[in-house]
Design a protein. Structure first.
Length: 171
């Protein structure tokens, strides 16, 4: 699977972009790690250079009706979830450690690109993403941030000396 430089990405629909992303990052078989790493790296580089086309294929729809915007964003969320699930699955496969880190990095890059696109779309239409589910990746990242914030609050509460008698008088 070589990516021809002459492909006209500006005419790709949202579904064509998502199909290509899934084809590259969720192959039916993941047996040749070296070859997959090359393909995924090449695709990510191409996606980054053609990012304007990728972003515009989604953001143009956001300005239309809410129903049409949801219809466009839902498959993006599903694609992110498929990629995240695939990452979890291949994490269990025995790959040499240096290759494992490289594979993980590639998957985190594509997930971050998708999350960034969702964030941009949310800025354009604040209500839209509130009505859609979070991606599994965003939930995972958010869970980590939440845990860190809880630890910070616990630490601050523990370090703050509160007089229980004073608190009872104030209530």
């Amino acid at each position: 699977m070589q990516f021809a430089k002459e492909i006209i990405y500006s005419h790709w629909s949202t579904s064509e972009w998502l199909f290509k992303i899934e084809e590259v990052f969720c192959p039916l078989e993941y047996s040749d790690h070296k070859n997959m790493i090359v393909i995924q790296t090449e695709f990510l580089e191409l996606l980054k250079t053609k990012m304007i086309y990728f972003l515009s294929s989604f953001t143009e729809i956001i300005g239309t009706t809410t129903k049409r915007a949801k219809t466009a964003m839902s498959p993006l969320i599903l694609t992110s979830d498929k990629i995240y699930s695939y990452l979890i699955t291949i994490s269990k496969i025995k790959i040499r450690i240096e290759k494992s880190l490289q594979v993980r990095n590639l998957y985190l890059q594509i997930l971050s690109i998708i999350e960034s696109l969702l964030d941009d779309c949310e800025k354009l239409n604040e209500k839209l993403l509130r009505e859609l589910s979070l991606t599994r990746y965003a939930s995972f990242v958010g869970k980590g941030i939440f845990k860190n914030n809880v630890e910070i609050v616990r630490s601050r509460l523990k370090n703050t000396s509160l007089d229980e008698k004073r608190l009872k008088k104030e209530n």
